[in-house]
Design a protein around this ligand. Sequence first.
Ligand SMILES: *[C@@H]1O[C@H](CO)[C@@H](O)[C@H](O)[C@H]1NC(C)=O
Ligand SMILES: *[C@@H]1O[C@H](CO)[C@@H](O)[C@H](O)[C@H]1NC(C)=O
Length: 244
Amino acid sequence: MAFMKKYLLPILGIFLAYYYYSANEEFRPEMLRGKRVIVTGASKGIGREMAYHLARMGAHVVVTARSEESLKKVVSRCLELGAASAHYVAGTMENMTFAEQFVAKAGELVGGLDMLILNHINYTPLRVFSNDIHLLRRSLEVNLLSYVVLSTAALPMLKQTNGSIVVVSSVADTAMKAVAGIYNAEASPKEECALEIIKGGALRQDEVYYDNSILTSLLLKNPGRKIMEFLSLKKYNMERFINN
Ligand SMILES: *[C@@H]1O[C@H](CO)[C@@H](O)[C@H](O)[C@H]1NC(C)=O
Ligand SMILES: *[C@@H]1O[C@H](CO)[C@@H](O)[C@H](O)[C@H]1NC(C)=O
């Protein structure tokens, strides 16, 4: 009974609140109007589609990737589509100095930041680990460390605006080409994926899954895991953790 009172009821309450809340909040494109958004890996694929969606919604868009040529085209298309403004800064996320300076530059260009969309990825060949530490390190630097560097650099600006950070992991279009023949699944449609990601970010959803199968979304929303997370977090003194 004590267990019931202490855990089960609050958990039930949280779930009901969660479902009620997520069912009721609706996305409106105006949510992005005038917002200042960074999109990384924006020269192609989902990144580029996200930039286009944001442009249609009237956001200020700052895109980055390695290819200056591609970025120029993305920026001019964004302006055609109705972006409040569109800028690019070309560079590689292998360079942490660039990553850090890019965020500062973007902030200067649009006068702050409301959303940071981390979408770039370094394609390493999909194969059994063959003791190639160099490849692994590069992969970790681009796919993980630069995400931390970008987020850290953006935090002061995001705090000011109650902004958000969106992290993308995808097997759409471009990513699928990289693993073709080894990973057999259908590529997700990048335009729709891109829109779902932006909606999730605007609504501050913890997680968004784009998948055609209902089963996947049910499995991934796994209530067991949510309950475990809830119980584990109860063991932490969050106030001390944050102020430590
Ligand atoms: C890394 O980026 C910084 C800032 O853009 C640049 O000054 C520096 O030359 C770059 N380093 C390398 C090794 O490319
Ligand atoms: C951010 O959120 C806090 C707390 O919810 C609120 O007090 C503050 O006014 C918000 N700031 C902005 C810029 O929306």
